[in-house]
Ligand binder design. Structure first.
Ligand SMILES: *Cc1c(COP(=O)(O)O)cnc(C)c1O
Length: 356
């Protein structure tokens, strides 16, 4: 597979962050971008890499009007003896499922993987070294055909941008406060909730902003039909440990099938703990919090890995979880997943791929 590379010249290179301990999430991009174009009738062009820069896009480009946009989020990790990707093919397989849901063309997973590796290696000096940091990878596809009128577009741009990141939440591994939203909903079964597409996030902003004003980090979404069952939070799937049962919502179509979620499920089962993918009502969670059987709650996602929940607020009542601290299982899972991602521990699951 030929992936043409045009390197940025000296004058186009950006300064790299000098203090990695201050890295936040999502503010910095590297020197290059990978691209590929699609036209119906012709299919995908070859992929190429060029210096990072603005896109030129027609104001009538359909992504800007009708929301045909999908994305992915994965990371490259600098371990002691190399750079690693974690379950990356699965990100592109999910990308293709998102594409199918939004009537967009699927990409060749091998080509997308090759472009990702080539881009990361070209900008490998940007992969940070400090513990807890990584290089975030954002594959994206947008409809570029200029046309006003609702139908699937005939032309698309696929691109990958990358950038060094630190902790996703300013809290880091400190427990977050979540607000149970009982009016607004994120996604309904039959909608686009299981696709990583821009509209889902636009739809979530108002509730998230209102929760933020009240001092919460995230919103916990309930199911759209009954506002009864817990689904997920902003960009994370949710797990609750009630006594010795670890519970996460089933993939019914309205939640994002997280790769971290799946990793946690496999690890927890492998550790011999009881793991249930089942509907869990918010009343059951609150009851467990009140009677002391809710041992801990945490969110999972590529950006934050494991994010412990220290407080759940529902209908005006605050419920402290795990004494407001990071729970024992959350900590153990975080340590295990991070050790595998950075190549510090044997990977019995076949999840990591060393690329350098
Ligand atoms: C990306 C995302 C997740 C987490 O998925 P991972 O594959 O674990 O990163 C969970 N929920 C939503 C809404 C997401 O966008």
């Amino acid at each position: 597979m030929e992936i043409n590379v045009t390197k940025a010249d000296e004058s186009q290179l950006k300064p790299k962050p000098t203090d990695e301990s201050k890295l936040a999430f999502g503010n910095i991009v590297t020197d290059h971008i990978a691209k590929m174009e699609y036209e119906s009738g012709k299919g995908w062009s070859d992929a190429w890499i060029e210096p990072y820069g603005d896109l030129s896009i027609d104001p009538a480009a359909m992504a800007l009007h009708y929301g045909q946009e999908i994305f992915e989020g994965l990371k490259a990790y600098r371990g002691k003896d190399g750079i690693y990707l974690f379950r990356a093919r699965e990100n592109f397989e999910r990308f293709n499922r998102s594409a199918a849901r939004l009537c967009m063309p699927e990409v060749d997973v091998d080509l997308a993987m090759a472009a990702t590796k080539k881009l990361v290696l070209l900008d490998k000096d940007w992969v940070p070294r400090t513990s807890g940091t990584s290089l975030y990878i954002r594959p994206t596809m947008v409809a570029t055909e200029p046309h006003l009128g609702v139908r699937p577009a005939s032309a698309y741009l696929f691109f990958i941008i990358i950038g060094p990141v630190g902790a996703y939440y300013k809290e880091g591994l400190n427990p977050v406060k979540i607000y149970v939203e009982d009016f607004y909903v994120r996604a309904a079964v039959g909608g686009t909730g299981e696709a990583k597409t821009a509209g889902n996030y636009a739809a979530s902003l108002l509730a998230a902003e209102k929760a933020k004003e009240k001092g919460f980090t995230q919103v916990l979404w309930l199911d759209a039909a009954e506002r009864k069952y817990v689904e997920e939070v902003g960009t994370m799937n949710m797990f609750f440990r009630v006594d010795d049962e670890v519970i996460t919502a089933p993939l019914t179509g309205s939640i994002l099938p997280g790769i971290t979620r799946d990793s946690v499920i496999q690890i927890v089962k492998n550790w011999g703990m009881r793991l249930s993918e089942r509907s869990l009502s918010i009343d059951e969670v609150i009851e467990a919090a009140k009677n002391g059987s809710l041992q801990e709650a945490f969110g999972t996602g590529t950006a934050a890995v494991i994010s412990p929940v220290g407080q759940i607020t529902y209908k005006g009542e605050d419920h402290i979880v795990a004494g407001g601290k990071m729970g024992e299982l959350s900590q153990r899972l975080y340590d295990e997943i991070v050790a595998i991602q950075y190549g510090e521990k044997p990977d019995p699951y076949g999840w990591v791929e060393r690329i350098d």
